[in-house]
Design a protein around this ligand. Structure first.
Ligand code: HEM
Ligand SMILES: *[C@@H]1O[C@H](CO)[C@@H](O)[C@H](O)[C@H]1NC(C)=O
Ligand SMILES: *[C@@H]1O[C@H](CO)[C@@H](O)[C@H](O)[C@H]1NC(C)=O
Length: 473
């Protein structure tokens, strides 16, 4: 080997080693939390996305908590990340919105949801939009929707009971999509919603996936779906503009009115992005929760019995058993709401809540450097045996007497702080009404599927097929 080549190779080795060393030991004004940054560029991404098949904390997180403690550093696709699995630190991060930390989502999220969705909007525009959404899904609005939800649920359940088998994840998603599109766009059942749902179909897989945009990847399908869905929404908005309605009542009416104003901050692009996010989150989250809820009921007859008793009592206490569900009755569903909380605790639909540090922030002797991402990890809190005894056991009665009053510290299924989920109560209402009709009028038999896979997001890889039968009264 020539002498020159020797030098060249040794230089190369030195510079790679330095690069790797620097990557693994990032600059910091104080002490960083323990943990490994993995490989340059790739970080520990592959280990993070490794699938598993139960409801426990993902092995990636579990192993690192054991090794490093509840706060550790890592890196995903080249982004340095501090993982928060401790209730106090998580609470601290979520309640510092706009101060030490701000809402931030991985590139995959922003590409799919658009750059102008609620998660990335700040300041004034954000407040303005949030107000509008709150009024669409707020208390008064939900009260008005209750009969509509019940009517839809009853119709769907009746239809499903005539079929040999229903796949619950897809069917509940289409039910909820109908409800949401009606609320947002005044669409009547089925007309556009089937088409829209097709566009959204590949979404959940691609959302927290490896961001490689080449044909065949989950991420690529996601982006394609978005294109098609956005085009549909754009066409619908245009159609409505050409045929304005007498009594403005839904999101499109609002957008059209707002866009007419001279000094508005709203643009068509922002409105469509927002619409897209709302439609997607509303049906994808609630349908997973409902499917898992029904699985829990199939697995434990005693819980099904308690739930059924609560709802049969509601019917018994009515003057006219055939009258619709009232708001007061909904509010009286104590066990059902515990059941829904318990489902959310174990479903862990939000596997991570992301924030970015705006300034170097000190916490318990560690420095979170400015620019780093913090991932609050709700599953680690919901499945922590020091907080929830026997955390993997599904037991709604553990919510009795509000032991978990420091709600935002020990229960983060819907986030916390300023960015707390706007759809929480909307989702709970839909679930409660669905469960009410289901357990009072129907019974079911499992046919196939129902097995769980986490990637780390929740999936039912084989769906969940059941045969629904009307109860004889
Ligand atoms: C089981 C159902 C649901 C779960 C588990 C869930 C979970 C979450 C979580 C964890 C956050 C916080 C994100 C963050 O802090 O970065 C959030 C925010 C949000 N959710 Fe939900 N969600 C659910 C249902 C819904 C529904 C039905 C809607 C639509 C009406 C909705 C709309 C939103 C919006 C707009 C935000 C952003 C709020 C903000 O940034 O201020 N969610 N959700
Ligand atoms: C609940 O949170 C408050 C405020 O963070 C704290 O002062 C209090 O000690 C907490 N209570 C319990 C029982 O953890
Ligand atoms: C469900 O959880 C929320 C948030 O922790 C809590 O405020 C509420 O009291 C719980 N509901 C029931 C019925 O336990």
């Amino acid at each position: 080997m020539s002498w020159a080549l020797c030098i060249w190779v040794s230089l190369l080795v030195t510079s790679i080693t330095t690069w790797v060393y620097k990557w693994r030991n990032p600059k910091c004004s104080g002490k960083l939390p323990p943990g490994s940054m993995g490989l340059p560029l790739l970080g520990e991404t592959i280990a993070f996305f490794k699938p598993y098949s139960n409801l426990d904390i993902q092995p990636f997180i579990k192993e690192r908590i054991k090794k490093y403690g509840p706060i550790f550093k890592t890196s995903f696709v080249g982004i340095p990340v501090i993982v928060a699995t401790d209730p106090d630190f998580s609470y601290f991060v979520l309640n510092q919105e706009g101060q030490c930390f701000k809402n931030w989502y991985p590139d995959t999220f922003t590409k799919i949801f658009g750059n102008q969705n609620l998660a990335t909007l700040h300041g004034f525009v954000y407040k303005h939009l949030k107000h509008m959404i709150l009024s669409l899904f707020g208390h008064e609005s939900r009260k008005k929707m209750l009969p509509e939800i019940e009517e839809n649920v009853c119709k769907k359940l009746k239809l499903w009971s005539t079929q040999n088998s229903v796949e619950l994840k897809g069917s509940t998603a289409s039910l909820i999509l109908d409800l949401t599109t009606k609320k947002l766009m005044g669409l009547d059942q089925g007309k556009y919603s089937d088409k829209l749902r097709d566009c959204f179909a590949a979404f959940n897989d691609g959302l927290i996936s490896f961001p490689i945009n080449i044909p065949g990847t989950a991420y690529h399908k996601c982006l394609e779906g978005r294109e098609r869905a956005m085009k549909m929404l754009r066409d619908m908005l245009q159609e409505r503009r050409e045929n304005p309605r007498e009594n403005p009542s839904d999101f499109f009416d609002y957008v059209i009115e707002e866009l007419k104003k001279e000094d508005t901050l709203l643009t068509e692009e922002i409105a469509l992005d927002l619409m897209f996010v709302l439609i997607f989150t509303s049906f994808e989250t609630t349908s997973y929760s409902l499917t898992l809820a029904i699985k829990f009921l199939s697995d434990d007859p005693s819980i099904l019995k308690s739930l059924t008793e609560e709802h049969e009592a509601i019917l018994r206490n009515r003057e006219d058993a055939n009258s619709g569900l009232t708001w007061k009755e909904y509010k009286s569903m104590t066990y059902t709401l515990q059941f829904i909380n318990e489902t959310a605790r174990l479903a862990n639909l939000a596997i991570g809540i992301f924030r970015k540090a705006l300034v170097d922030t000190e916490y318990e002797g560690y420095i979170i450097p400015a620019g780093w991402t913090v991932m609050v990890c709700p599953p680690a809190i919901h499945l922590n045996p020091d907080i929830y005894e026997d955390p993997l056991v599904f037991d709604p009665s553990r919510w009795e007497g509000s032991k978990y009053t420091n709600a935002s510290k020990t229960f983060m299924a819907f986030g916390g702080g300023m960015r707390f989920c706007i759809g929480t109560d909307f989702s709970k209402l839909q679930m409660a009404v669905f469960l009410h009709s289901l357990v009072t009028k129907y019974k079911w038999e499992e046919i196939s599927g129902g097995n769980i896979r986490r990637t780390p997001g929740l999936h039912f890889p084989n769906g969940y097929h059941v045969k629904l039968k009307k109860k004889e009264i």
